[in-house]
Design a protein around this ligand. Structure first.
Ligand code: URA
Length: 243
């Protein structure tokens, strides 16, 4: 492959940034300075160094983030911290993006990757990738609400939410919270419409106080991952996502 493509894939920057590094004589191939981006290398066997450091070729990166509230699911934002700002300088790359979106105040599982094909696959509506959320709801979630979710709902603006599975985990009575009755639930949706969980509850006149994503497809949020922390996905987890 071309040296400039190899260097970009190693995370040294865009093609134009890489061109500059080559011009500055920062790159050696088998200990010889190379300035031509078209120079051919074998990604698996040629020794390429940047500032004397051997580069390891890795095209795709996959991270699991436990997104905290207050950061936005974007790569750039003028006002807010973004989920890619949570990556350390060692792991940051300009081409990493979040797979799908969680609202600013939603927590939980978010995949960060530079694998565009995987990102596209997991967010394609016709794939119906399951997403499981935990939520704390103002008021009492009843079996009637469970049935309404199971049938599918008409949300605001007449948009239809497909059938979703709703499980009531706990009801807090007035006396327990002093704030009124509240419910802990888990909901599994098969699409990813804008503010979907919140709008589904709004459709039954209820309000989501707290929302956290627990699972995407067969990939569970690692319970040991603290809020705001991330880790590389394991090979088996990447396989699960690609299934
Ligand atoms: N549904 C929502 O309402 N918000 C999210 O962040 C995710 C799903």
């Amino acid at each position: 492959m071309r040296l400039d493509k190899f260097l970009a894939a190693c995370g040294l920057g865009s093609r134009s940034e890489v061109k500059l590094l080559l011009k500055k004589q920062k790159i050696t191939v088998r200990n010889e300075i190379i300035q031509d981006g078209k120079f051919q290398v074998d990604k698996n066997s040629t020794e390429v160094k940047y500032d004397g450091r051997v580069l390891q070729y890795q095209e795709f990166f996959y991270y699991m983030l436990n997104k905290p509230a207050g950061v936005v699911s974007a790569t750039k934002d003028n006002l807010n911290k973004t989920v890619v700002d949570l990556l350390s300088s060692k792991d940051f790359r300009a081409d990493i993006f979040p797979v799908g979106r969680l609202d600013k105040n939603t927590e939980g599982l978010l995949i960060l990757t530079n694998d565009g094909a995987l990102g596209h696959d997991l967010t394609q509506p016709k794939k119906h990738v399951e997403k499981e959320y935990f939520a704390h709801i103002d008021g009492r979630v009843t079996d009637e609400v469970v049935r309404a979710f199971a049938q599918g709902l008409k949300m605001k603006n007449s948009e239809i939410a497909r059938p979703a599975e709703l499980y009531i985990d706990k009801i807090y009575e007035n006396s327990e919270t002093q704030l009124g009755t509240a419910s802990d639930i888990r909901v599994i949706i098969h699409e990813g419409k804008f503010h979907q969980v919140k709008r589904m509850f709004e459709a039954v006149d209820m309000y989501v106080l707290y929302l956290k994503r627990l699972r995407m497809g067969d990939l569970q949020l690692d319970v040991n991952l603290e809020l705001g922390k991330y880790r590389a996905l394991k090979i088996e987890e990447i396989k699960i996502l690609k299934n």
